[in-house]
Design a binder for this molecule. Sequence first.
Ligand code: FAD
Length: 480
Amino acid sequence: MAQIDILIIGGGAAALSAALFLPEKTRALLVCKPYNLGCSTEYAQGGIACPIDADDIQSHIDDTIKAGAGRCREAVVKLLVSEGYELMGELLKMGAPFDRDENGALLRAKEAAHGKARILRAGGDQTGVKIRSFLLEKLRYPARFGEVVDLLIENDRCYGATIASGDLRENIYARHTIIASGGFGALYAVTTNPPSILGELQGIAAFRGRKLSDMHFTQFHPTALATGAPAQKPLLSEALRGEGATIIDDRDRRFLEDYGANELSPRDLVSRAVFAHIKSGRKAYLDLSGFDERYLRERFASAYGKLIEFGLKPPFGKAPISPAFHYAMGGIAIDERARVLDTKGLYAIGEAAMSGAHGANRLASNSLTEALAFGAIAAETIASDSSSAKERSFGVIGEPSRVEGDGEVLDTIRDTLWNRAGVERDSASLNKAASVLEALSERKLGLLTRRSLITARTIISHAIDEKQSVGAHYIGKESV
Ligand SMILES: Cc1cc2nc3c(=O)[nH]c(=O)nc-3n(C[C@H](O)[C@H](O)[C@H](O)COP(=O)(O)OP(=O)(O)OC[C@H]3O[C@@H](n4cnc5c(N)ncnc54)[C@H](O)[C@@H]3O)c2cc1C
């Protein structure tokens, strides 16, 4: 029976940060889905929120709590910001490639609902790719592609996970298992997330009796490029608005004020304004005409490339936009040391977890901070754990991961979540969603689709339980 010290599930910022800070001489293994399915980290453009100096820590905490609409766990926010500040210092010492001006000073951008310009970035708008490459270069452990299909949990302890690679299934036994499998954005019809992010580990954890929290707090980004392409939409970063891009309609009119918002209002306000305007029959655009083409190409290389890829020609003028699912505030419930509640040997970090740092609405660019900080916290927690566990063996779960018809079921989940639990939801739409998803659960499904369905159903049930609008959970007028 193969037994290792630490199994890390995921290949994004959270997983790689945990790997970076694990104790020396650890037998660890990192498992994630094949590279071409992507991870959210590599799409992150805007940057990483980090206090400018020690005097800015309190103000970053205050901004985070304000954005969280009364639902943050204050102690966790303090931990996030102070740990994030220390950590970024360490990463800089290790050579993290954050952008600097000609005098070597760090460049910092301002994003929505931040009182100050405190967002660090790398490669202009390629922060995620650059930071992930930097962390990958530092990876000291073996990594392999595979899909986690189950967690080996008995009573209050986790013993590892079952991995599927092609037709091969095997149990990997580990003293500590870290879930860093990202959010659940690919369960929405319109999303900025890549296709690997199906909320499977949240569903597996719930199936194995672990608690999911705040699943209905889902953040929508107001300015995804409205392409006709399937699910994943390219993001037109908030930093573009930070640098002067405006939101206009098909009459070239700036309309956000009609809805009590402006270009730098919090994401939920701007998303709702764009959503309502499109619903009223108009079209929405990001007006890029104020940008010099060369500046746009150099400073926003990612967005520039996507605009070209989707058929827009420079100078771009205006780009069609739509809100899109962007970020899951909820997830597997953890404590301040990244431990999954009531479970020894199991940790959850990054977007897969619900630490309480974001409350009902995440402050822009705090998620990479959280992924990196809680990766380091999980590693510290494991290093200080001296408990021992008896070895235990489990049978390998036999159900196929996917069966014919799963694609159609996933599409129904996507349409249901987007149309009935999206930017706006109400009790009628949520109840309808609950019955559509319940009917799907009667069908023959692959194991992982069944677990994604648990995640989707939990999003809906948490939304039904939250009767008032709060943060990103916005109850609109009854529509169904
Ligand atoms: C377009 C876009 C732009 C963003 N911009 C920013 C930004 O500027 N600043 C910011 O702070 N945040 C931003 N975010 C959010 C941020 O990128 C994510 O919250 C963060 O990267 C999540 O990191 P993670 O390590 O938790 O998960 P991810 O980076 O999503 O990694 C999850 C990993 O888990 C693996 N996985 C999933 N399921 C399984 C399974 N069953 N078995 C095995 N492996 C599995 C995946 O393959 C992947 O490797 C952005 C997100 C998107 C989509």
